[in-house]
Design a protein around this ligand. Sequence first.
Ligand code: FES
Ligand code: FES
Length: 155
Amino acid sequence: MEMKLNINGTEHTVDAAEDIPLLWLLRDHLSLTGTKYGCGMAQCGACTVMVDGRAVRACTTKAKSVQGKAITTIEGNHDKLGATVIAVWNEMNVHQCGYCQSGQVMTATALLRRNPEPDDAAIDRAMSVCICRCGTYQRVRQAIKRASDQLKRQA
Ligand code: FES
Ligand code: FES
């Protein structure tokens, strides 16, 4: 099946299986391997991307269902908000093994997009979809707060 997808601001035409999940289209057809496979069951958050600015699990999202929408992966998360989140992540060395972190960054970016000043409860609610086997949860929370502060100062 031919699909047309807008990914990171670029239109792509891809010929792929009709039921292909977005995750495999990104990774196998477009070599956008920053989006990771963890569980394949919408349980870990490693595959999170944004669709029209909202966090979505790419492993359980059919690629054909997001045609005509704006898909953002970690590779294209470079507007002011996304770049700030990534810069803070690096400044604070949030990563440990790194495997979950593109999903964490995309989930945090989507959170700050809809709630620029999230409190602890809002952070916990939004980030609870992201499992980190290295236990970086405290640094993730601190990084979201620092990114929120920096964005407020830049506004
Ligand atoms: S791989 Fe998609 S949520 Fe785990
Ligand atoms: S940094 Fe290793 S799984 Fe999260």
